[in-house]
Design a protein around this ligand. Structure first.
Ligand code: C2E
Ligand code: MG
Ligand code: MG
Length: 498
């Protein structure tokens, strides 16, 4: 009751019959401030005269406090978004409401792909800023009919309270996905955080709130497992992947100690001379329980669990020791390539570790090449540039693996001390598949040469591809046309026959 007139009328209508008890009113004081008050009235008689006694208590502060307590209980203090508690209550309520109608209800779980990188490289203060920026960006994409909340850490969740069609949910997912394709800027640097999005829908996937969140989580896990930065709708088959990963992780933790990893070596050929000029070391896991497991199945998991640091370190050490042996056996002009994963590369002491391995193995640094991917550098250009400069200062080479599949630009490549470009297998396959295929490879080769880089073709499978690449002046090649990755013994036979 803000208006003075209203109050006067209310007062007049109840006076003098009913006394006021704890009547809540808003008044404006002399300073023009709004105050919340509680009013009690009492009629008193003195002789023929009647008096009205009114007791007023100012409850403004009390009200503000309880509003704040309510807000804090329901919101996340950092992003000011609703929190898990509030989300769960709303989800329960919306589920009840939607059960009597035909409408769909969606739960969309979002997990950032590279949040840890920011926390680790820039510190928590910038991590917090990144979360605030992400929250803001999500807010812009979620309209008021839905509920956006932060579950904690780098996890956000959206409740689509009511949708007529599946498409509405999918198009929201698409918008959220697009929102992650723009960088956020921290300390003047651009970061591509990427988001993995998992979606579950009532009534198809589950009809309980816990079940829906769990299934959105499983779908999110699948999105992450497929490389992240994408959305997935829950399907029943997804559970199998989670179960497989739980099993894989359990055994992966023991694999190093049990010496279950081995390296295979895929020969690399100089295209002009046809000579064997090096190898790429590729990890294989011979698990007692699971049999032979290929890297495609466990590298992502190793990244997610952090096991990659130890495994990757083992790979570099093992390869360097082998390289040293080859050197001693008189093979002097080879290059040995080793794959490095992003989490491994971003360890603050990565350069020191490589240096230490080179020292203890005694391998000529010039013989070692580390393969990184475009996304690893583009996502964090300044840090990556510093790391690469330090690595190159050790005397080793850097190659960009799977070139063409990420979003690096020429200008980025020019700025970095990269010696080798490895054209992704998909482009080599496309060379004879359609007309433009050949010209893409041609462009990459000549562009690489313009930038003074060596160009290597990956996944060469046919004589045709081999001859075309040779004609284009591509420097080196590897692929099934020559050899698959070979166990050490077989690779050594090739060396002897050389
Ligand atoms: P990559 O580094 O691009 O390695 C090339 C992959 O293509 C290898 O698969 C290889 O076996 C396969 N390949 C080679 N030639 C051909 C061909 O002509 N045709 C076809 N279809 N495939 C060919 P692999 O060994 O399964 O490795 C897959 C990926 O796993 C690698 O891709 C690399 O990114 C990763 N990886 C392998 N070993 C390691 C490692 O020690 N550390 C890390 N971080 N990643 C590794
Ligand atoms: Mg590679
Ligand atoms: Mg590759």
């Amino acid at each position: 009751m803000n208006e003075r007139k209203d109050m006067e009328e209310a007062f007049a209508s109840s006076f003098p019959k009913d006394a006021w008890r704890n009547r809540e009113l808003t008044i404006v004081n002399r300073k023009g401030q709004k105050r919340a008050i509680l009013a009690d009235t009492e009629m008193m008689a003195e002789g023929k005269d009647w008096f009205l006694l009114m007791v007023i208590r100012d409850i403004t502060q009390q009200q503000e406090e309880s509003r704040l307590i309510h807000f804090l209980a329901h919101h996340d203090t950092l992003t000011k978004l609703p929190n898990r508690y509030h989300f769960n209550r709303e989800l329960e309520a919306s589920l009840k409401a939607v059960k009597s109608s035909k409408a769909l209800l969606g739960v969309m779980l979002i997990d950032l792909d590279r949040f840890k990188l920011i926390n680790d490289t820039l510190g928590h203060q910038f991590g917090d800023q990144a979360l605030i920026d992400v929250a803001q960006r999500l807010r812009q994409n979620v309209d008021h009919r839905h509920l956006l909340a932060r579950l904690g850490g780098d996890e956000f969740i959206i409740l689509i309270k009511e949708a007529e069609e599946y498409d509405e949910i999918v198009s929201l997912a698409e918008n959220i996905h697009l929102a992650f394709q723009l960088p956020i800027t921290l300390q003047g640097q651009d970061f591509y955080l990427g988001g993995s999005i998992g979606i579950s829908v009532h009534p198809f996937d589950d009809d309980s709130s816990d079940g829906l969140i769990k299934r959105a989580d499983i779908a999110m896990y699948n999105a992450k497992h497929s490389g992240g930065n994408q959305y997935r709708l829950y399907t029943n088959e997804m559970i199998a992947l989670v179960q497989r990963d739980v099993k894989l992780e359990k055994h992966l933790r023991k694999a190093l100690k049990r010496k279950e990893f081995v390296l295979h070596y895929q020969p690399q050929i100089n295209l002009a001379s046809g000579q064997l000029i090096g190898a790429e070391a590729l990890i294989r896991w011979q698990s007692v329980e699971l049999g032979m497991v290929h890297p495609g199945e466990f590298i992502t998991l190793a990244e997610q669990t952090g096991l990659i640091n130890e495994i990757g370190q083992w790979v570099i050490a093992e390869a360097c020791q082998q390289g040293k042996l080859w050197q001693e056996q008189g093979w002097n002009d080879f290059m040995l390539s080793v794959n490095v994963s992003s989490r491994q590369f971003m360890q603050p002491d990565f350069v020191n570790k490589v240096q230490e391995i080179l020292r203890s193995s005694g391998l000529e640094p010039d013989r070692l090449c580390l393969e990184i991917t475009e996304s690893m550098v583009v996502n964090n250009l300044n840090v990556a540039r510093k790391m690469l400069d330090e690595l190159v200062a050790l005397g080793i080479h850097i190659a960009i693996d799977d070139f063409g599949t990420g979003y690096s630009s020429l200008s980025v490549l020019r700025q970095l001390p990269i010696a080798i470009i490895k054209i992704d297998r998909s482009f080599i396959t496309d060379m004879d598949a359609y007309q433009g295929g050949l010209s893409i490879v041609k462009t990459i080769v000549s562009m690489g040469h313009d930038l003074q880089k060596q160009v290597v073709a990956e996944g060469v499978e046919t004589l045709d591809q081999y001859e075309q690449l040779k004609q284009l002046g591509c420097d080196k090649a590897q692929g099934y046309y020559y050899h698959k990755p070979l166990p050490l013994l077989e690779f050594n036979k090739l060396l002897v026959a050389r």
